[in-house]
Design a protein around this ligand. Structure first.
Ligand SMILES: [Zn+2]
Length: 167
């Protein structure tokens, strides 16, 4: 059985026991979380979020990319979220390469991708501060939404606030 088939099997069992239908679209806790796609992060669990509670926006690094900002704007303007959390984490894959590394690798194998910024970083706390600032500075994000930044430790499950990232 392929992994996909196994997952679809899991879903059949999940749907059989599912009893959370009919909930409203706007997040009940009025909060949006921007975090990394890392497989060791389960934001709903480590933040105690239930179905319908929050928007969780994930990408490589949990970066405030154009697409993450797009989602945050929709989250607040159309769906009523009033607080944002930015959560990066220890041992992130984004600490392990540079734009030039990946661009050179892809250029050798496939195509020139020098116009793609993969948004890697070398300093975890700085990356959190940068992304909190980018969200804060977006003219499309309401100024009264608090944006706070954290680092999640993949070995302890604990969140630590990043100083200077509060806005
Ligand atoms: Zn990561």
């Amino acid at each position: 059985m392929s992994t996909t088939e196994a997952l679809l099997d899991n879903n059949r069992r999940y749907a059989e026991a599912f009893d959370h239908g009919g909930r409203p679209m706007p997040p009940a806790r009025k909060v949006a979380v921007l975090t990394c796609m890392d497989a060791r992060l389960q934001p709903e669990r480590f933040l105690g979020l239930e179905i319908g509670d929050a928007h969780v926006i994930r990408n490589a690094g949990g970066r405030a990319s154009d697409d993450a900002l797009r989602s945050l704007i929709i989250s607040s303007h159309l769906l009523g979220t009033r607080e944002y959390l930015v959560i990066h984490h220890s041992d992130c894959g984004m600490l392990t390469f540079s734009n030039d590394d990946l661009r050179n690798e892809l250029a050798a194998e496939t195509a020139d991708v020098s116009d793609i910024d993969f948004l890697p970083f070398s300093d975890l706390e700085e990356s959190v501060r940068d992304d909190v600032r980018l969200i804060r500075q977006s003219p499309f994000i309401p100024a009264d939404i608090p944006v706070t930044g954290y680092i999640y430790d993949v070995d302890t499950g604990r969140l630590t606030a990043v100083g200077g990232a509060a806005a």
